[in-house]
Design a protein around this ligand. Structure first.
Ligand code: G6P
Length: 489
């Protein structure tokens, strides 16, 4: 019998992700403050409310001492969060190394690291070992807190081994795994030395979810081509055991943004921004400072636009919020310098004594400031080279009641499949095409803007994070029931 989402909302949900929705900052030997973590995964998970959920993950800091660990565990418990403590070496090899220097670029089609093959191969081995070890540490914490009947929902590329580790503990555990990045073509995945181990470990889950149908299809192809398993419309089958594979496009808590626009601090920010940028059109980019976000390409397109549209110079400003991320990974450090250099050059070329065309910030904004910025924006630029979904595009749309602004969106973001009809879709590698899209967006008639906005707004407000979570969990419950029925038959 199929139960509905409301019934599931009383079911305990253990949400396991590398990064907890809050990150910890140490204030003293036993005192901590917590702030909301950055990234799409957290933005969506914060919208999942109607479950009895516990979060298990890393708080983003190294806490070597017992006093600190105890105090942090207590502080996190108030937010229903349970920490997994990772030491510096594990963070270096697992998080900076295997997760963010190998899996992240590979899954976004940027390939494996190329410098010094031999060194890479050697460190690859130890990084992979650290990856398995870290996944086992997560499994230990989950196992400690697990109660019969709980649903365990594992998230993202950091935890591909977790389903396997959990099922080894307890084969009755209901385990789902969801990937927040793209899953690349099997031809890309097969370059990874540990390609088979990772696929097998994920297949230990009962249900495997992706943002789009294409990612799910790539995953199934990888399993059939690399492991020789059977791909069926339901998922992947091996010796009579089915792992269900499906697409579950994520959303945001749109109400949270819409309501925020009414509150006083946001209204104050909106006024300030309107005064500051009076007489100029506002263009906005909000990204983690990550190579997949295509920030250099976006800046070059804006430069080309200014080059070719001299009448717009001085009448438009690009506000680029670049949230620092994974700053210990050399590739991210190189990107930061590259972006700064391009911004400097463009401002030098097109700025005046009193105004510059690009305002670039290397930091995050608090929630009221972010909502206000979305609200005053005329054109948002989301030009990721690849992106699992990209929820900045959703957040922007939710806040656009005032302006009915235009979304320029990369066709390589998962969101292109849901917001494609309302946005102007671009190939972010094609600088000329993006420059032309900017001109088109700035000159678009109010009628066309309104029409496009409503298309996107309807989608964003009906496909929410809560609905996403309910659909996934309900499908996971059904999958397990069906598997039990199959065994009985
Ligand atoms: C992406 C990933 C998340 C990650 C986030 C922030 O959205 O899919 O798993 O949490 O980026 O990155 P960070 O490395 O800071 O956790």
């Amino acid at each position: 019998e199929r139960l509905d989402g409301r019934t599931f909302s009383r079911q305990r949900l253990l949400v396991v992700a590398n990064r907890l929705p809050v990150s910890a900052i140490r204030r003293g030997e036993d005192s901590w403050s917590l702030e909301i973590s950055a990234g799409g995964l957290v933005s969506a998970l914060l919208g999942v409310k109607e479950f009895e959920a516990r979060w298990i993950g890393w708080a983003g800091v190294n806490v070597p001492d017992e006093i600190g660990q105890k105090a942090l565990t207590k502080a996190l418990a108030e937010k229903r969060c349970i920490p997994v403590f990772l030491d510096e070496d594990i963070v270096h090899q697992y998080y900076n190394g295997y997760c963010n220097n190998i899996l992240w670029p590979l899954f976004h089609y940027l390939g494996l690291p190329q410098e010094d093959r031999l060194a890479t191969t050697r460190s690859f081995q130890s990084q992979f070992a650290a990856y398995i070890k870290a996944n086992q540490m997560f499994a230990d914490v989950v196992n400690k807190h697990y109660k019969d009947g709980d649903v365990v929902w594992c998230h993202d590329y950091h935890l591909m081994f977790l389903p396997k580790c959990l099922k080894e503990y307890n084969s009755d555990m209901k385990v789902g795994w969801f990937l927040h990045t793209p899953f690349p073509s099997s031809e890309i995945h097969r370059t990874l030395p540990s390609r088979s181990d990772l696929l097998r470990a994920v297949l230990a889950a009962d249900l495997v979810g992706f943002h789009t149908y294409d990612y799910a299809r790539h995953f199934v192809s990888a399993c059939t081509r690399i492991l020789g398993f059977e791909g069926t419309p339901e998922g992947v089958e091996d010796q009579g055991r089915l792992t269900r594979v499906a697409a579950f496009p994520i959303g945001i808590d749109s109400e949270r943004f819409i309501r925020a626009l009414e509150i006083n601090p946001v209204q104050v920010h909106i006024k300030e921004l309107q005064e500051t940028f009076a007489g100029r059109k506002v263009m906005l980019g909000v990204d983690r400072l990550d190579m997949i976000k295509g920030i250099p390409q976006k800046l070059l397109a804006f430069e080309k636009f200014l080059e070719e549209n001299s009448d717009w110079r001085g009448k438009v400003v690009l506000l680029q919020i670049a949230v620092p991320t994974r700053t210990d990974v050399p590739e991210y450090q190189r990107l930061t310098s590259q972006v700064h250099e391009i911004v400097g050059r463009i401002n030098g070329r097109f700025g005046t004594l009193t105004a510059v065309p690009i305002h670039h910030l290397d930091r995050s904004l608090d929630f009221p400031a972010l909502c206000a910025l979305y609200a005053v924006t005329d054109v948002a630029l989301v030009t990721s080279l690849r992106d699992g979904m990209n929820l900045v595009s959703y957040e922007f749309v939710a806040c656009q009641d005032l302006k009915k602004g235009v979304l320029i969106l990369s066709e390589f973001a998962g969101a292109a499949q849901s917001l494609g009809a309302g946005a102007i879709l671009v190939n972010p590698w094609n600088i000329t095409e993006v420059a032309n899209a900017i001109a088109r967006a700035l000159n678009m008639s109010p009628e066309e803007r309104e029409k496009r906005h409503w298309h996107n707004f309807t989608h964003v407000t009906t496909h929410t994070a809560q609905e996403w979570a309910e659909t996934f969990v309900s499908e996971l419950n059904d999958t397990v029931v069906e598997a039990q029925l199959r065994i009985k038959q």
